[in-house]
Design a protein around this ligand. Structure first.
Ligand code: ADP
Ligand code: SF4
Length: 644
C-alpha cells in the first residue's frame, strides 16, 4: 500500500503564504476541496496524508494582513518590511487550538495520516525549537526541554483529537546544515530521543528546503543519509525519509541497512508518477528518472502549476487531460519525420510512437541528445543525461520508430522522402554578439577580439587566461561554464546586468550554492553592468543605473545571452503548393527551433506536438482554466487512470 501526502497545508490565516500557492485548511469551507483529493486517493487503495503547518516567522501574511507570529518577535524571513509579534501565552494556547481544529478538519476530510510539521526552517513548531528564534524566558524557551514543549503539546493534542482513526506523523528536520545548535549529532538527536515513540511515524529530513531538495548539481541521491540514519536507532516507530531515490536498488538498500522503513518519493514521483507500479511490475528499466534539476520547484516560486523536465504531463493532467502513461491512439496513418534528436525531437518521436504512428527520427550528429548530450558533460550536470537516456531506450523498444544518426537533412531531402507530417526540432545556436534581454542594440566589437561562443565551449573549445563571462541568460549556463573554466585554470570575471548572480536560480533553490561556489572559486563578480563594447583585449562595461563605464582586461569573452532558432529547414518548407505536391500535410517546428527555452520547455513542446497531432484540444487556450463553471470543471478531469 502507498501513501499520497500533500505538501504543506496552512492551518490558519496567520500562516498565509501568499503569493505562493499553498493548500489551506483554515476552516470548514476548505474541507470539500480536500475531500476531492482524499476520495481519489482512496479509490486507488492508498492512504492520504496531510502536512498541517503554521509558518510562523516564515510568512508575511500578504493576503490576510494579519501580523505574523513567532516565539520572540523579529522580522519576517521574506523581504517584506514587517516584523512578527512575539507570542503571548494566550497566543500559544490559541495556536494549539488551531492545530487541534485543523487536525479534526483533516479527519473530516478523510485523511488517514495527519502530520505535525517541524521542518524546513519555515514552520512555527521548528522556530520554537531553534534557539536563534526562541529567546523566551518562560516555560516555552531556554533549555531544550522547554523549547520542545510546544511541539510535544501539539503532538499529544493531535493524537488526542484524531489518533483514534488517523496516524499522527511528525515531520522533523534533524539538521540545519549550518552552524546552529540544531545538528543531527546535537539537539537534533536529543529531540528525537525526547519524543521517540510519541508520533506514530517519523518523517525526517534536513533543513531548509534547499538542503532537503538539493539539486543533482550540488548533492547526490541519498545525500541525507548521514544526517538521518540515527533516527531508527532511537525510536521504535517507523521512519520515512526522502533522497531523490529513483533506483529500486538504492531504495532496497535503505531498508535493508536499517536507515528507513518507508521510502518517500517526491521529485522521483513527479518525474514518474508510475514509479512504484513500474517497480512492482518488474519494469524498472522504464522508470523516467528524476534528473534533480528543480524545474519543479519553479512552479512553487512563481505560483503557477508544477512542471517537470522529465515528465511533460506533470501539472497538465487536468488542464490538458494528459495522463502520465496513457496517450490517445493515432488519429491517422500519417507517417511522421522528426528532424533533430535533442530533447524535443526525442520526446516527440517517443510520444508519437506510443500513439502508434510510424516515426522516423533523423539526427545529423553521431549521437542523439542535442543540447542535453553536450550540457550534461558540464560540471555537475551529468544526471541531466537521463532525459535522453530514457527516451533513447524507450524508442529502441518501439518497432514503429526508427532513428537514423549522421543524417543531416536538407529541405530537398524532406520533400523527397514522402512523409505526410514533418516536425522540425533542429534546435538553436547561442548568440555571440552580446545582444540579449538587457542589450537589444548591436554593440561595437573589435575584429581582433576573441569571442568564444557557448556552443564552442560545449563542443570542447579550450580557453586560457583571463576570461569575461557575460551572463544575460541569468540561470545556470554562465555559472556552470565559469566553474569549468576555473577548473581549467582560467581567471574568470563574471559580468551580469542583473543585480545578483543567476536570479532565476532562486526558483530552483540553487542560488546560494551557485554564488557560494563562484566566490569559493575566486571568480570576480561584477553585477548591474552590460557590455558596451568589445575591444581587442578588453571589454567596456556600462553600469545599468548610471552613466559610469569602465574597462576590464581579458583574453576572451564568452557571451551567455540568448539563442537563435535554427529554423532554415523549417523556413524552407513553407510553400503550401510545394508541400502538397510532395504529399506533405504539415510542417511544424518544435522545441528550441520554435522558441529557445529550458530543456523542460523543449520536452514539453515535443510532447505537445505528439499529443495534439490529429487531436486538437477543444479548448480556447489549449488548456482548461479553473474559472470553468463547476459542473464543467468536474466533468473535465481524467476518466480513465488505467495504463495502456
Ligand atoms: P531541442 O532542445 O529543441 O531538442 P537541441 O538543440 O537539443 O534542440 O537539438 C537539436 C538537434 O537537431 C541536434 O541534435 C542537432 O544535431 C539536430 N539537427 C540540427 N539540424 C539538423 C538537420 N538538418 N538534420 C538532422 N538533425 C539536425
Ligand atoms: Fe526531477 Fe527536475 Fe522533474 Fe523536478 S523537474 S521532478 S528535479 S526531473
Amino acid at each position: 500500500m502507498g501513501v499520497v501526502c500533500t505538501e504543506e497545508c496552512e492551518i490558519h490565516p496567520s500562516s498565509d503564504m501568499s503569493s505562493f500557492v499553498q493548500m489551506r485548511l483554515w476552516d470548514d469551507s476548505d474541507i470539500p476541496t480536500h475531500n476531492l483529493m482524499t476520495e481519489k486517493v482512496h479509490e486507488h487503495d492508498a492512504l492520504a496524508g496531510i502536512q498541517l503547518v503554521h509558518n510562523g516567522i516564515h510568512t508575511a501574511n500578504r493576503l490576510s494582513r494579519t501580523p505574523a507570529l513567532s516565539p520572540s518577535g523579529g522580522s519576517v524571513t521574506w523581504v517584506d518590511p514587517y516584523q512578527t509579534r512575539a507570542m503571548s501565552k494566550r497566543d500559544i494556547k490559541e495556536l494549539r487550538g488551531w492545530y487541534r481544529d485543523a487536525a479534526l478538519r483533516a479527519k473530516q476530510a478523510e485523511y488517514d495520516i495527519v502530520y505535525v510539521y517541524a521542518g524546513h526552517d519555515g514552520t512555527i513548531l521548528m522556530h520554537f525549537l531553534q534557539a536563534r528564534y526562541n529567546q523566551r524566558a518562560d516555560e516555552y524557551g531556554g533549555c531544550l526541554e522547554n523549547r520542545v514543549r510546544l511541539l510535544r503539546e501539539v503532538l499529544e493534542e493531535t493524537k488526542e483529537a484524531v489518533g483514534d482513526s488517523c496516524a499522527v506523523a511528525l515531520r522533523f528536520a534533524v539538521d540545519e546544515s549550518n552552524d546552529s545548535q540544531l545538528h543531527f549529532d546535537k539537539e537534533g538527536r536529543r529531540i528525537v530521543e525526547m519524543l521517540a515513540d510519541l508520533p506514530d511515524l517519523w518523517d525526517v529530513n534536513i533543513s531548509g528546503w534547499q538542503n532537503d531538495s538539493v539539486t543533482s548539481r550540488f548533492g547526490e541521491s541519498g545525500h541525507q543519509e548521514p544526517y538521518i540514519s540515527f533516527v531508527k536507532q532511537v525510536t521504535n516507530k517507523p521512519v520515512v525519509g526522502v533522497g531523490r531515490f529513483t533506483s529500486p536498488d538504492a531504495m532496497v538498500s535503505q531498508i535493508k541497512r536499517g536507515i528507513l522503513d518507508f521510502i518517500g518519493a517526491a521529485r522521483p514521483s513527479i518525474a514518474d508518477p508510475f514509479l512504484p507500479k513500474k517497480i512492482q511490475q518488474g519494469r524498472a528499466d522504464e522508470i523516467r528518472e528524476c534528473i534533480g534539476c528543480n524545474i519543479c520547484t519553479t512552479g512553487d516560486s512563481f505560483a503557477v502549476p508544477i512542471r517537470c523536465t522529465q515528465n511533460p504531463t506533470m501539472g497538465e493532467e487536468w488542464r490538458k487531460k494528459w495522463h502520465p502513461e496513457n496517450i490517445e491512439p493515432a488519429g491517422s496513418d500519417d507517417k511522421i519525420l522528426v528532424i533533430g534528436a535533442g530533447p524535443a525531437g526525442l520526446e516527440c518521436a517517443l510520444a508519437l510512437s506510443k500513439r502508434g504512428y510510424d516515426v522516423v527520427l533523423a539526427e545529423k550528429d553521431q549521437e542523439p541528445g542535442g543540447r542535453v548530450l553536450l550540457e550534461s558533460k558540464l560540471p555537475g550536470l551529468s544526471e541531466w543525461k537521463r532525459v535522453i537516456d530514457h527516451r533513447i531506450y524507450m524508442l529502441t523498444q518501439k518497432p514503429n520508430a526508427q532513428t537514423y544518426l549522421q543524417s543531416a537533412l536538407s529541405e530537398q531531402d524532406v520533400l523527397e522522402y514522402g512523409f505526410e507530417r514533418v516536425a522540425v526540432a533542429t534546435g538553436s545556436t547561442w548568440r555571440t554578439d552580446c545582444v540579449g534581454r538587457s542589450t537589444r542594440n548591436r554593440i561595437s566589437i573589435d575584429k581582433n577580439a576573441r569571442i568564444v561562443s557557448v556552443d564552442q565551449i560545449l563542443t570542447g573549445a579550450r580557453v586560457t587566461g583571463r576570461v569575461v563571462i557575460y551572463d544575460d541568460d541569468l540561470y545556470y549556463m554562465a555559472n556552470v561554464i565559469a566553474e569549468k573554466l576555473c577548473a581549467d585554470g582560467c581567471e574568470v570575471v563574471y559580468v551580469t546586468p542583473a543585480t545578483e548572480v543567476a536570479p532565476y536560480s532562486h526558483a530552483t533553490l540553487e542560488h546560494s550554492r551557485i554564488l557560494g561556489r563562484l566566490l569559493n572559486l575566486g571568480v570576480e563578480i561584477i553585477c548591474a553592468n552590460t557590455i558596451a563594447s568589445v575591444g581587442g583585449s578588453k571589454v567596456e562595461l556600462a553600469c545599468v543605473y548610471t552613466d559610469v563605464t569602465r574597462f576590464v582586461d581579458c583574453d576572451a569573452l564568452i557571451p551567455v545571452t540568448e539563442r537563435i532558432p535554427l529554423e532554415h529547414i523549417f523556413m524552407g518548407l513553407q510553400n503550401p503548393e510545394q508541400l502538397s505536391d510532395h504529399g506533405i500535410r504539415s510542417v511544424e517546428s518544435i522545441g528550441d527551433c520554435f522558441a529557445p527555452g529550458t530543456i523542460a520547455g523543449a520536452v514539453y513542446s515535443g510532447h505537445m506536438y505528439a499529443r495534439q497531432l490529429d487531436n486538437p484540444l477543444d479548448l480556447r487556450y489549449g488548456f482548461a482554466r479553473e474559472n470553468y463553471p463547476p459542473q464543467d470543471a468536474l466533468a473535465w478531469p481524467l476518466e480513465s487512470t488505467a495504463e495502456n
